[in-house]
Structures are given as C-alpha cells and as structure tokens.
Design a protein around this ligand. Structure first.
Ligand code: HEC
Length: 104
C-alpha cells in the first residue's frame, strides 16, 4: 500500500514535469502582480475596497460567479470599473480573479 502511494506521487511528479505549461495554467504569482498593479487601487491590496462602490473580495463578494462571467465583467468594465480589454489578456484577468479569491 505504501509503495502504491509512492508510485502515485512519482507519477504525479512526472506528470507535472511532462505536461506543458499552457498560458491558461493558473498562476497565482502573476495574479498577485496583476491585481496589485491594476486592481488594488479600487479593490484594495488585501481585498478590502478602497472605493465604496467596489465589492469586497476580502468577504468574497461577487466572487462566487463563474470565472468566465467575472472575466467578462472585467473585460468590458462595469459602472465605475474601467474596461480592461486590450490592457490585460484574458489569462491575466483570470489569474487576478483567482488571486482575489485567496484574499481574506
Ligand atoms: C477604478 C476602480 C476599479 C478598478 C481599477 C478595478 N475595479 Fe473591479 N470593480 C469596481 C467596481 C466599482 C465594481 C462594482 C461594479 C458594479 O457592479 O457596479 C467592480 C466589480 C468587480 C468584479 C465583480 C464583477 C461582477 O460582475 O459582479 C470583479 C470580479 C472585479 N471588479 C475584478 C477586478 C479586477 C480583476 C480588476 C483588475 C484587473 C479590477 N476589478 C479593477 C472598481 C474597479
């Protein structure tokens, strides 16, 4: 049983090495960089909003929606939030949203 678990762990390690890094792979570090640079002015470094109209990511406000809906809102903009289309790639927006979900 122990060797089975070890084999599985080794297989996982090999898979991690073999599977190519696609641009869609979740990248929390990039998400943090994007968030701090482009989003924190309104949403706050720690997710506590700086402007009253912005949802609080520290309390997970709005973040329960599907990824693609949130990416769409950020791309097209929403009321006070400017559109990020042409400024950020979809994957960067997605990483920033994933990062926002880690804030508390
Ligand atoms: C100029 C201020 C501002 C900036 C910069 C900003 N936002 Fe927002 N954001 C807002 C406001 C205000 C709302 C609420 C919009 C509404 O529903 O009225 C919002 C809403 C959102 C929502 C919820 C959208 C929805 O459909 O419910 C997400 C997700 C979000 N922002 C992510 C981001 C990300 C990621 C960035 C950086 C790439 C960002 N925001 C940059 C002000 C901002």
């Amino acid at each position: 049983m122990k060797s089975g678990a070890l084999g599985f762990a080794v297989a996982l390690g090999v898979a991690a090495l073999v599977v190519p890094r696609t641009s869609l792979a979740l990248d929390l570090l990039r998400g943090q960089r994007v968030f701090n640079m482009h989003c924190s002015v309104c949403h706050g470094m720690n997710g506590v909003p700086v402007i009253q109209q912005a949802p609080s990511f520290a309390t997970k406000e709005r973040l329960m929606q599907p990824d693609m809906m949130l990416v769409q809102s950020v791309k097209t903009g929403k009321t006070l939030m400017p559109p990020f289309m042409g400024i950020l790639k979809d994957e960067e927006i997605l990483d920033a949203i994933h990062y926002a979900r880690t804030l508390r």
